[in-house]
Design a protein around this ligand. Structure first.
Ligand SMILES: Nc1nc2c(ncn2[C@@H]2O[C@H](COP(=O)(O)OP(=O)(O)OP(=O)(O)O)[C@@H](O)[C@H]2O)c(=O)[nH]1
Ligand SMILES: [Mg+2]
Length: 364
């Protein structure tokens, strides 16, 4: 069976003129971008072709993952950062900015509503800003899959900076580390008394830490605590090396020989204090990625990961297509009564399937 058939999404309605939409997107048509993002979300049959087409135009945007606890000020901060990128005071060209809010917290939590209202007020009407939210939690493939495809589309549409905002729960940090070039971690004062409150491993993925709500009490203690945690990163590597899943499925850390020292910036997102400094750090991180070659090696690792996910899927689907469902079900019964272990069964099934063509595959 051919790979493109195997990979074709099966659900969703065929939209007319998908390729015309791609052309319009590449010409900078915002409506076309919005439509294509919806098509990606809905997993329409032409999604594959659309993404194939967009791929060659992507790879230029600076993708900044913004993560941190609920209500820590991510939306307010991203809003402020976007303003600075749009209206740089230092003679730089204004950047085109997109914001992708992944799984925005329930409107009932309050924070999201306010943050988003402020965002709409300050940024709406600016053609150089594109804002979109996406709910992916619980969906097949998780955050990274749909969000990564959406980022590719936004990137191809010519945005220079893409903020991807996610609440720091579950696996989302690891996923954001895989998707983003720069991970901006937002923390707030007040956890200094309880250092355990900071999630294990979270500092490892941070490129920059913003200590937001620095107008609140406890900021000195929290800053000290965070700084000492950065110093004693247990892996022995400096923080700022993104975690990602390699081809063996193991989460490893990128060793990039970097000299990047994770900066900690105090911010007050509601007043804009510290924002210029934070933008400066984001720009410095981008310059560091480019000059050190990490940008290139990271990209290659990310693409390799994507490729291997696809290959796994194709191989698996090919194998499933060749299986006799009754035999497969019987084999599962042997597992159930524990007369064979999953490793042994996998080895047997693979060996019998490929016996005619290939030597038996031995799983480690
Ligand atoms: N005092 C103070 N309040 C802030 C600051 N930054 C944000 N806030 C407030 O904190 C609340 C939450 O802000 P959001 O920007 O919505 O936070 P968020 O992290 O995006 O929230 P979720 O998306 O719900 O996780 C809002 O009431 C903001 O006005 C700050 O620096 N100082
Ligand atoms: Mg938010």
């Amino acid at each position: 069976m051919c790979a493109s058939l195997l990979l074709a999404p099966k659900k969703g309605k065929v939209q007319p003129g998908a390729m015309e939409q791609v052309d319009a997107l590449l010409q900078g048509d915002r409506l076309a971008l919005a439509r294509i993002l919806t098509q990606i979300e809905n997993d329409i049959p032409e999604k594959r072709r659309i993404l194939d087409e967009l791929f060659q135009h992507a790879g230029n945007a600076h993708v900044i993952g913004v993560t941190g606890p609920t209500g820590s000020g991510k939306s307010t901060l991203v809003n402020q950062l976007a303003q600075v990128y749009r209206h740089p005071s230092d003679g730089l060209e204004p950047a085109r900015v997109a914001i992708l809010a992944v799984d925005p917290t329930s409107p009932f939590s309050g924070g999201a509503v306010l943050g988003d209202r402020v965002r709409m007020r300050d940024l709406s009407g600016d053609p150089g800003v594109f804002i979109r939210s996406v709910a992916t939690r619980g969906a097949m493939g998780g955050l990274s899959h749909t969000a990564a495809e959406m980022v590719t589309a936004i990137d191809a549409a010519g945005f220079d900076v893409i903020f991807v905002e996610t609440v720091g729960v579950g696996q989302s940090e690891l996923e954001i580390a895989r998707l983003a070039h720069t991970v901006l971690l937002i923390e707030n004062p007040g956890f200094g008394d309880d250092i355990q409150a900071i999630k294990a491993g979270i500092l490892e993925i941070a490129s920059i830490i913003a200590l937001n709500k620095a107008d609140r009490p406890g900021v000195e203690q929290t800053e000290l605590a965070l700084r000492s945690m950065l110093e004693m990163d247990p892996s022995g590597l400096p923080a700022g090396h993104h975690g990602y899943e390699d081809s063996t499925g193991e989460v490893t850390r990128q060793k990039d020989q970097s000299s990047w020292k994770v900066p900690l910036v105090r911010t007050v997102a509601v007043t804009g204090e510290g924002i210029l400094n934070l933008v400066q750090m984001l720009r410095e991180h981008l310059a560091f990625l480019k000059s050190s070659g990490v940008w290139q090696t990271d990209q290659k690792k990310r693409l390799r990961h994507d490729l291997e996910m696809i290959i796994r899927e194709v191989l698996f689907q090919t194998w499933v297509a060749r299986m006799n469902p009754q035999e497969y079900d019987q084999a599962l019964d042997h597992l159930l009564d524990r007369t064979i272990s999953p490793y042994q069964l996998a080895e047997e099934l693979i060996a019998s399937d490929y016996a005619a063509k290939t030597p038996a595959i031995h799983l480690k």
